[in-house]
Design a protein around this ligand. Structure first.
Ligand code: ASP
Length: 439
């Protein structure tokens, strides 16, 4: 890894208008190592505003030429305003007109939604005096839309060797036929990670509008503290269960080389932020790293005497879920019971009915029940391993509050403890567990 190179990514709110562009410029020039800047499209300037990417989607979906033009004019206005306020003359209007012609002739969805990043990168490159390097020349997907690492990483290394400092649009790359393909929404985070991996940067700074990863959802716990250090695996657990500071696939490219991700706040440069690293020693002062959760799970409970002696019983149950294309999240078991936990939205009532009928018919079980409206809460922390009492205190505290625990799962790496509760107890569970670990 090259410790003298930092890759930075700025999210949409960090680039929403000219004053945000100025903050970004100050951040970039404040450190020599900040050489490659990835940008999102302009985001919301105030609550109720619309992100440029959403305006582009609206434009694509417009039913009439008139509506399309109206949406496009709003987009054009936003870029022209930034260009004028920053005193730039990079002919952004001309670029927009070219895009407008392509759109009028018929274009793909991916092409149009990616233009927010493309235009913003042109403006930012001009403002910083850096090269503009198009992501279409750096990031390659195969025909299935999977990023081609074998082609992408060497190309990034070679192409960026010729540009000491550059601005690169986030969110997209190209398919083998040369047409644009995007990552999922929020995908500029992934672009930053891919560029950091390709150039083998020492650090990937992800600049956003919050001062790091909070211990839990601030809508439930407004005073939630910021996490200083998070490991990749903890991040994965927290993001999977609902924390949303980073797009959830962001971690994979940087993880290959162990490049740290530093979450920083564009609007509060003095805030410490959250450092996401390959490994970190347990911190003695707090037993858990974070709490995340989601509603919308269902549980199928199956009981059968001597289930533990029947080889293949679990496989038969799980293969029914596979047959109906339902992804299973957890399978907590007892001696004669097993529960299958899955996301309710992934299973139709017909599929559930068919699974229950097959189990009753072929597996002669003693009891079967199905519940919806289950919430899962994950207590995540590398500090929990080899430390006794965490699960015990969770159960005691929830018990005291009268919260019925529907299921409990803890993988043997002890990185997380998953508690299943009724969905209407979700917020209360988060509050109780947050207070338990933040006394
Ligand atoms: N602009 C895209 C979106 O809104 C990609 C990104 O910001 O990361 O999803």
């Amino acid at each position: 890894m090259n410790q003298n190179i930092t890759v930075l990514k700025f999210g949409g709110t960090s680039l929403a208008d000219a004053s945000q562009f100025r903050k970004v410029c100050d951040i970039v020039v404040a450190d020599e190592k900040r050489k490659y800047v990835i940008v999102s499209a302009p985001g919301k300037r105030f609550s109720g505003d619309t992100k440029v990417t959403d305006l582009l989607i609206r434009c694509y979906n417009a039913q009439t030429d008139e509506d399309r033009k109206a949406s496009f004019d709003v987009i054009k206005e936003r870029y022209l305003e930034i260009e004028a306020e920053l005193g730039l003359s990079c002919d952004i209007g001309c670029e927009i007109d070219k895009i407008s012609e392509v759109v009028a002739g018929g274009c793909t969805y991916s092409y149009l939604v990616s233009r927010g990043e493309y235009l913003n990168a042109i403006l930012m490159a001009a403002f910083l005096g850096y090269d503009f390097v198009d992501a279409a020349d750096l990031i390659f997907f195969d025909d299935n839309g999977v990023m081609d690492e074998g082609k992408t990483y060497p190309t990034i290394r070679k192409r960026l060797a010729a540009s000491e400092r550059a601005v690169i649009p986030g969110f997209y790359g190209v398919l083998p036929d040369g047409s644009i393909n995007t990552f999922p929404r929020g995908g500029s985070d992934i672009t930053g990670s891919v560029i950091a991996r390709g150039i083998e940067a020492g650090l990937y700074e992800n600049w956003t509008d919050v001062s790091g990863f909070l211990m839990t959802d601030p809508r439930i716990i407004p005073e939630a503290k910021c996490i200083d250090i998070l490991t990749y695996r903890e991040l994965r657990e927290l993001s999977y269960m609902g924390s949303s500071v980073l797009q959830e696939d962001t971690v994979f490219p940087v993880k290959q080389l162990g490049i740290p991700i530093h979450i920083r706040n564009t609007n509060d440069v003095n805030a410490k932020g959250t450092m996401i690293v390959a490994d970190a020693p347990p911190a003695n002062d707090h037993p858990i790293t974070g709490l995340a959760g989601r509603k919308g799970f269902s549980v199928l409970l199956i009981e059968k005497m001597l289930m533990n002696n029947q080889i293949g019983f679990m496989r038969k149950i799980l293969s029914l879920f596979e047959k109906h294309n339902i992804s299973v999240e957890h399978v907590p078991t007892g001696i004669d019971t097993m529960s299958v936990v899955f996301e309710s939205a992934t299973a139709t009532p017909e599929a559930i009915g068919a699974i229950i009928a097959s189990i009753n018919r072929d597996l002669k079980v003693d009891y079967i029940s199905y519940s919806e409206n289950v919430a899962l809460v994950a207590v995540v922390g590398r500090n929990m391993a080899n430390r006794s009492g965490t699960a015990g205190s969770i159960l005691t505290q929830l018990g005291k509050a009268g919260i019925n625990i529907l299921l409990l799962a803890q993988p043997s790496n002890e990185l997380n403890i998953i508690v299943g509760v009724e969905a209407n107890h979700y917020e209360k569970t988060i509050r109780i567990l947050y207070d338990l670990f933040n006394d």
